[in-house]
Design a protein around this ligand. Structure first.
Ligand code: AKG
Ligand code: FE2
Length: 312
């Protein structure tokens, strides 16, 4: 078996959610194996296609290539409606708090409120393209959460009940578009990566990458293994709150993005959909154990953010 399995989601679409369907049971088994052993899976036939992904990456790149003063009004932290929404300049965030700032720029779409100010100068369609993709990712997420619950022998609605408000101000699920600028030879600080070693914070994460590579996932054996872009698939991983929720049955694997090899000046892009439970959801171990104390979803998330942005 390749390290990160590729699983065909067409089975789910054809089964109409009928859990007596043999193919659906097989799909659940594949999910369970992937998420208990690796924490990552490539899903194909999700109905999100490469053209959609390319369109979101194209409009995002136009934003990232604007002069800094045109991006500054959209900086993360300047929105009163949501602390996480907005632009993150390069080297500001450290996903591994022990290392220098990550060599990446990001734009977080966390609030879809009509009061949010969106970049528009020379960026026709920026808002609509991002919001549309947010909603496409949301739909896929709800299907994936259903299969995940089934694969643990739970009611298919088990995780969904705590994800009722994705896309509203009662839930901090975020579509993050990332741009990794060219890396100048000799400019990388010791220990500096495009994305420091980390595990994600919420329930699950959907990842779409451009073709350049650099993403690596830590295996159970303790080796970093490449997780390249596979066209027409979505890479999906378990995040920390889901690991906790499932009493460590599903594993949230550490991953990172390496800088390109010395002398390679290529850029890289990715779209990452960080799914979080509703802000007020209380996350309690799903097996009824007290392995972890109950935690309010937003409290957990804010504590994790303060680690990534805390140190100057
Ligand atoms: O850019 C990528 O491929 C993944 C980035 C990532 O892991 C993250 O932002 O949490
Ligand atoms: Fe990540």
């Amino acid at each position: 078996m390749a390290f990160i399995p590729v699983v065909d989601f067409a089975v789910y679409k054809r089964s109409n959610g009928d859990i007596t369907d043999k193919n659906l049971q097989e799909l659940c088994k594949e999910f369970r194996n992937a998420f208990t052993e690796v924490g990552f899976v490539y899903l194909k036939n999700t109905e999100i296609d490469q053209n959609e992904v390319a369109q979101v990456m194209d409009i995002s790149k136009k934003f990232f290539l604007l002069p800094e003063e045109q991006k500054r009004p959209f900086t993360r932290g300047s929105y009163t409606i949501n602390v996480n929404h907005g632009w993150v300049p390069s080297e500001v965030e450290r996903l591994n708090p022990q290392c220098p700032g990550d060599l990446k720029e990001a734009f977080n779409i966390t609030s879809l409120s009509k009061d949010i100010k969106w970049p528009s100068d020379g960026l026709d369609g920026f808002r609509d393209i991002q919001v549309n993709f947010f909603n496409r990712c949301k739909d896929l997420t709800l299907d994936v959460l259903r299969i995940m619950a089934l694969s643990l022998g739970l009611d298919p609605e088990f995780f969904l009940q705590a994800h009722s408000y994705i896309g509203s101000d009662k839930n901090d699920t975020t579509l993050r578009t990332l741009y990794y600028p060219p890396v100048k030879a000799g400019s990388v600080k010791e220990g500096q990566l495009r994305c420091g070693e980390h595990s994600d914070y919420g329930s699950i994460t959907l990842v779409f990458q451009s073709h350049e590579g650099g993403l690596q996932v830590l295996s159970r054996k303790g080796e970093f293994i490449s997780a390249p872009s596979i066209p027409e698939t979505v890479l999906i991983n378990i995040a920390d709150l889901m690991q906790r929720w499932t009493s460590d049955v599903f594993v949230s694997a550490v991953h990172r993005v390496l800088p390109p090899p010395e002398g390679d000046s290529s850029t890289r892009q990715s779209l990452v959909f960080f799914v979080h439970p509703d802000n007020d959801a209380i996350i309690t171990c799903c097996d009824g154990s007290d392995k972890y104390p109950p935690v309010r979803s937003l409290d957990y998330l804010l504590a994790r953010f303060s680690d990534s942005y805390g140190r100057k």
